[in-house]
Design a protein around this ligand. Structure first.
Ligand code: CA
Length: 310
């Protein structure tokens, strides 16, 4: 589970791998998003991915929307993901908080049972509203719980509406899949296919731990993988961990998947990770999550010229 800080990395080419792998991709929102935003396309009229047995067991989107729920007011903190090659902030990950700064663990207690859908929707909307209000000009990563999505195209409508209302470019959105319990692979694939068709990026969170492993990478083919912090902690003193991370980075280059390192806390780890080819990182070493605030480059530790590493 990761609604706290994390990290980020890539392939050293200067061009994000996720951009290169989809030459047909365009920023012309008229292709898919605008008709959806304008309501010109009914979600039911959009070619829908095949219904899976897992979905059959889930409530319908309408039932989920209409279900009464009680969730507290939410807020967000934003933690930068840095691009060490370009010496800039690449993205901000939105992390749920209470309106008085209560931590993610406190808030996530509400993300259960009948509240799950409403909680997930409220988090997305709040993240976009806050980020747009703060003038975000980078990518925005939003965590989501796959079990809170019943039909991807229906469940994205509130997100798109929030983007349209606030002037936020939905092409800047990356959805981080947080798998806290085993999720049906067909259901996950259904979500990823739909989201990518709509122009969003999809990241596999906590890669290398729990359910987020090589088989998930092979079957889901995400745009981004975020290497779990457990593999990063003390990697400068653990040759096995560092070799695993280096292999993941090489693998990312090979299959054109952007690799992000999360949970970076010390300079020693940064140096070791850079020697392993890491480019995108996130973690306390660079910046802690900023409550209702977007940090700039001058507020990031370690973005100055890294003479020590040259
Ligand atoms: Ca995350």
């Amino acid at each position: 589970m990761d609604f706290d800080e994390s990290g980020h990395l890539s392939d050293g080419s200067g061009t994000p791998a996720v951009e290169r792998r989809r030459p047909g991709r365009t920023d012309d929102e008229s292709t898919t998003l605008l008709p959806l935003l304008r309501g010109e396309i009914e979600t039911s009229a959009v070619e829908a991915p095949p219904i899976t047995p897992a979905q059959d067991r889930k409530p319908t989107a309408c039932a989920a929307c209409q279900r009464p729920s009680t969730i507290p007011a939410l807020s967000m903190a934003f933690q930068p993901i840095v691009d060490l090659q370009e010496q800039r902030i690449d993205a901000h990950e939105a992390l749920v908080r209470g309106v008085n700064g209560e931590g993610a663990a406190t808030m996530l207690k509400w993300a259960t049972g009948d509240n799950l859908y409403a909680f997930d929707q409220a988090c997305r909307v709040k993240a976009i509203e806050l980020a747009a209000g703060l003038g975000i000009d980078r990518n925005l990563n939003i965590n989501f719980l796959p079990n809170a999505v019943y039909e991807p195209r229906a469940c994205i409508k509130a997100t798109l509406a929030a983007a349209a209302r606030t002037g936020f470019n939905p092409r800047r959105l990356t959805f981080e899949i947080v798998e806290t319990e085993p999720i049906d692979t067909a259901h996950l694939q259904n979500i990823i296919t739909a989201y990518r068709t709509m122009g969003f990026r999809v990241a596999l969170d906590d890669f290398g731990s729990g359910y987020s492993g090589l088989l998930r990478l092979a079957t889901l083919k995400p745009d981004i993988i975020k290497v779990d912090r457990a593999l990063i902690q003390d990697c400068d003193h653990n040759a096995t961990k560092l070799a695993i991370v280096a292999s993941i980075i090489a693998l990312g280059r090979e299959i054109a998947v952007k690799v992000v390192i999360e949970g970076v806390e010390r300079l020693g780890e940064v140096e070791a990770l850079r020697s392993a080819g890491a480019r995108f990182m996130q973690g306390f070493y660079f910046a802690k999550p900023a409550f209702e605030s977007l940090l700039g480059e001058t507020q990031i530790n370690g973005l100055e010229p890294l003479a020590v590493l040259s």
